[in-house]
Write a protein that binds this ligand. Structure first.
Ligand code: NAD
Ligand code: UDP
Ligand code: UDP
Length: 320
């Protein structure tokens, strides 16, 4: 098949492209390199089935493809809050353009939505029929309301124009190739521990998240795309940890001498998050296979090799 991956130079998109290329598909990657990098795709540059196009999806583009994985959108709060109007444009105008393209060429369209559509959830764990508790005017709204509109657009193109859609609600995902300055919790803690700096826990660290390793997530996305259910489907790891537990795990694995310091909790920071993955299990036969300690080990190795000699020596133990 010929497959378009928007945001394919980013963290999840580049891992997805590795899988699609390995399976022998033709892949076109569209990216404006806001948070993505050509280095994530270097190994495919000379491959005859791979094409990289620098393009901003808020502008229309005409391509002929069979499937669209629509991932283009900055995912980390510091990046999506840097230019919030641009984030909304990417989610609304960008998604509209990609749905228009999918309609024209009759391609199947998968939207990378997010657990953020549940906001600061009052239902725990979150099931797909929970409608969320979202602040429409807060600093996270450009992202979470943007993704909610993107879901609405996808379902309206499905109902109105018969576009074959798939909607994945992705929960916190981590792994190799996250950016050093990404600002998300796993990359922050790993980078801080490798540099011997204090690990910054926001609030008292009692808020929870559930962390999915990127290879598990990519497997879930591909099963959703090629299965019969349109979704939405939660894709994430249901193992829930407090942020303080995560800090202690990274501390022990990388640098037991690193301190933990507490900083103010950002505005609208969700208190708890954990996916109910019953749909993914029954519809897709999918569940995560990589435990947190194993995924963290692979992630730490990747950061260490990128950061070179600045990194400290790993201690292969974890309290998790
Ligand atoms: P990322 O920031 O690494 O990747 C996003 C990619 O989109 C980057 O390569 C960026 O350059 C590109 N991009 C951004 N705006 C664009 C535009 N206007 N035109 C073209 N390209 C553009 O993020 P990621 O973690 O790989 O996330 C990928 C997708 O998954 C995003 O849609 C994100 O919302 C979603 N998601 C991620 C997580 C997570 O934990 N990583 C969780 C939920 C949802
Ligand atoms: N679009 C695109 N590539 C295509 C087809 C459409 O970028 O191959 C854009 C198009 O420019 C429009 C959007 O997608 O801005 C929605 O397209 P649609 O055909 O649904 O709406 P219309 O063009 O009729 O407003
Ligand atoms: N967080 C933290 N220290 C950091 C970065 C993040 O304690 O250096 C917290 C953040 O306040 C949130 C959780 O970790 O409660 C996850 O944050 P992230 O930005 O990774 O993802 P999201 O909030 O979008 O789930």
């Amino acid at each position: 098949m010929r497959i378009l991956v928007t945001g394919g130079a980013g963290f999840i998109g580049s891992h997805l492209i590795d899988r699609l290329m390995t399976e022998g598909h033709e892949v076109i990657c569209l990216d404006n390199f806001y948070t993505g990098h050509r280095r994530n795709l270097l190994k495919w540059f000379d491959h005859p089935y791979f094409e990289l196009i620098r393009h901003d999806i808020t502008e229309p583009i005409r391509l002929e493809v069979d499937q669209v994985y629509h991932l283009a959108c900055p995912a980390s709060p510091i990046h999506y809050q840097y230019n919030p109007v641009k984030t909304i444009k990417t989610n609304v105008m960008g998604t509209l353009n990609m749905l228009g393209l999918a309609k024209r060429v009759k391609a199947r369209f998968l939207l990378a939505s997010t657990s953020e559509v549940y906001g600061d959830p009052e239902v725990h764990p979150q099931t797909e029929d929970y409608r969320g508790n979202v602040n429409p005017i807060g600093i996270r709204s450009c992202y979470d309301e943007g993704k909610r509109v993107a879901e609405t657009l996808a379902f309206d193109y499905h109902r109105q124009n018969d576009v074959e859609i798939r909607v994945a609600r992705i929960f916190n995902t981590y792994g190799p190739r996250m950016l050093e300055n990404d600002g998300r919790v796993v990359s922050n803690f790993v980078v801080q521990a490798l540099r011997g700096q204090p690990l910054t826990v926001y609030g008292n660290g009692s808020q929870t998240r559930s962390f999915c390793f990127v290879s598990d997530l990519v497997e879930g996305l591909m099963r959703l795309m090629n299965g019969d259910h349109i979704g939405p489907v939660n894709l994430g790891n249901p193992d829930e940890y407090t942020i303080l537990q995560l800090a202690e795990a990274v501390q022990q694995m990388v640098n037991p001498d690193a301190d933990i310091k507490f900083e103010p909790l950002p505005q609208d920071d969700p208190r708890r998050r954990k996916p109910d993955i019953t749909r993914a299990r029954t519809w897709l036969g999918w569940q995560p296979a990589v435990p947190l300690t194993e995924g963290l080990t692979l992630t730490i190795e990747d950061f260490r090799s990128r950061m070179g000699d600045r990194a400290a020596t790993a201690q292969p133990t974890s309290p998790l």
